[in-house]
Design a protein. Structure first.
Length: 134
């Protein structure tokens, strides 16, 4: 189950990051009226991004494997509970620290935080389904 969850989560991370990254940039540009400028040289960063997703999904599944008996709920509720925990510790904390340290559009942070919640909930529910936690 671990290996299957790791592979599926890695693929989903990659697909959802591209989808939500594009959607987030589009929404932010249309709401604020300013285009999102990338740092350039993305081609050289593709392997690093892929490696990050492999490691990130490994950690996500590993932590679930260790703590799933203590996560509240059963079935989908357990996946949603885990998703909110991960989202709060990963996405929400990133958004707050980014807002405090850098001059970033609050609209961009809000959109990223909401899309991050959706992404994490999808991933965590999928992990729960693979583990068949009832």
């Amino acid at each position: 189950r671990f290996l299957l969850a790791w592979i599926v989560t890695t693929v989903l991370f990659l697909v959802l990051d591209v989808l939500f990254g594009t959607l987030g940039g589009y929404l932010t540009a249309n709401i604020t009226g300013t285009p999102i400028q990338g740092s350039g040289g993305i081609e050289s960063k593709i392997f690093t991004g892929f490696l990050f997703e492999v490691i990130n999904s490994f950690i996500l599944v590993l932590v679930y494997t260790i703590i799933h008996p203590s996560i509240p709920g059963i079935g989908l509720v357990k996946g949603i509970s885990y998703g909110f925990i991960v989202w709060a510790l990963r996405v929400l904390m990133w958004a707050f620290s980014t807002y405090m340290m850098f001059e970033v559009s609050p609209v961009l942070l809000a959109i990223t935080t909401i899309l991050g919640l959706i992404e994490i909930l999808i991933l965590c529910v999928v992990i729960t389904v693979i583990y068949k936690d009832n």
